[in-house]
Ligand binder design. Structure first.
Ligand SMILES: *Cc1c(COP(=O)(O)O)cnc(C)c1O
Length: 386
């Protein structure tokens, strides 16, 4: 059954393989046994290997052991989970927050509770697979609007039957394009049409906004019909996801959200580590400054070489190569030079938009960025992309 599919993937350069990492996710990684300079991880602030984050996890392991032992409602909620949720409520300026074992599980557990069968969901065309899966799970009618196209959203809202409960779904920072959603305008439309808006800020948490609180801080949005979803797994360097909201809404989720109720609580050590990471985001703002300086340097270098980038406004800097084989070739030649930048292919991105997805972090040095730029230029010229 799957053999034919595997052959087809291989023919179309869409076969995916896993590389094995034998080191922390820093700028240099031991990847398949070779030290490799990487521009691939979402560990934007370098917190995944920060001594204080590690120490918090170690301390919690000593105190609580490794596994939580049960789901949160049975006997799995430990004080680190409780403290983390208080910290997240504070961090997002919300009444309450709830954590899940992953960002994926957060979307699956939240979106069906923000709509109902027969309701309407309008989602951006470039939304992450976890959002699309969650929308499907909800059994509401899913309509996709053109990427960041407010007129399209408005037209779909105007056309819907009166009183149909409606949820708008988008990302604060788009994961594969690095551009931002027009959140202010979407929040305004949501208000005007009495709809709810869910913002998946997986790549905005810790990165966007004057104090790293995410895209909603960046745009100054505070509204009871806008829901802030974020991850602990990217800039916060740990694992898991969260949703913030009113106390009532969080209580409702605790009572109804299936991926929350029917899944073992994440290890208490992870919750303790995530809380340390939130603390560091506030205590070490220079990490965000370095991240954005590095991003500027990489962006300027690539633009000056004549690469076609997306309209990115974040540390995600994708070079659109279009052709899948060419994107793979470019990534492979970089790998031979000791550098890892992944090629992102369909179905992760739409057909004909295969790309090299570069992510920079606070931990990269300016020399490492220079090294990458030299290699990306040479290979781009060799492959006649620039
Ligand atoms: C990574 C990501 C997720 C999933 O988060 P995990 O914690 O990795 O499960 C959800 N939404 C978006 C936009 C993402 O980029």
């Amino acid at each position: 059954m799957w053999e034919a599919d595997l052959q087809k993937f291989a023919r179309e350069h869409l076969l995916r393989e896993i590389s094995v990492l034998d080191s922390p996710a820093g700028p240099f990684m031991a990847l398949d046994g070779r030290m490799t300079l990487q521009f691939a991880s979402n560990n934007y602030l370098g917190l995944a290997n920060h001594p204080e984050v590690k120490h918090a996890a170690q301390k919690a392991i000593e105190e609580f052991g490794v596994g939580a032992g049960a789901s949160r409602l049975i006997s799995g909620t430990s004080s680190p989970h409780h403290d983390l949720e208080l910290a997240l409520a504070h961090f997002t300026n919300s009444e309450a927050a709830l954590t899940f074992s992953s960002g994926y599980a957060t979307n699956l557990g939240v979106i069906p509770q923000l709509t109902k069968p027969g309701g309407l969901i309008l989602a951006d065309r470039l939304c992450h697979a976890s959002l699309i899966d969650a929308c499907r799970l909800s059994r509401a009618t899913l309509r996709v609007f053109r990427h960041n196209d407010l007129e399209h959203v408005q037209a779909l809202l105007t056309k819907r039957p009166t009183n149909q409960p409606t949820l708008l779904v988008t990302e604060g920072v788009f994961s594969m394009d690095g551009d931002l959603a027009p959140l202010k305008e979407l929040a305004r439309l949501a208000e005007e049409f009495e709809a709810l808006l869910l913002v998946d800020d997986a790549h905005g948490t810790g990165v966007m906004g004057p104090t790293g609180r995410g895209s909603l801080e960046q745009w100054g949005i505070e509204s009871d019909n806008v829901f802030h979803m974020g991850t602990l797994s990217k800039a916060l360097g740990t694992s898991g996801g969260f949703i913030a909201g009113t106390k009532d809404f969080i209580t409702y989720l605790i009572n109804t959200s299936r991926s929350f109720i029917y899944s073992t609580a994440p290890p208490p050590a992870i919750a303790a580590a995530a809380q340390a990471a939130i603390h560091l985001i506030q205590q070490e703002p220079e990490r965000r400054t370095r991240l954005w300086n590095n991003r500027e340097k990489m962006n300027q270098g690539l633009t000056a070489m004549g690469y076609q980038l997306t309209k990115t406004q974040s540390p995600i800097l994708p070079i659109i190569v279009k052709d899948t084989e060419l994107a793979m070739k470019m990534s492979q030649l970089l790998r031979e030079k000791g550098m890892y930048i992944p090629a992102i292919r369909p179905p992760t991105v739409p057909k004909g938009t295969s790309r090299l997805r570069i992510t920079v972090t606070a931990e990269h040095s300016l020399e490492q960025i220079e090294t990458a730029l030299v290699a990306i230029k040479q290979i781009g010229q060799f492959l006649k992309i620039i």
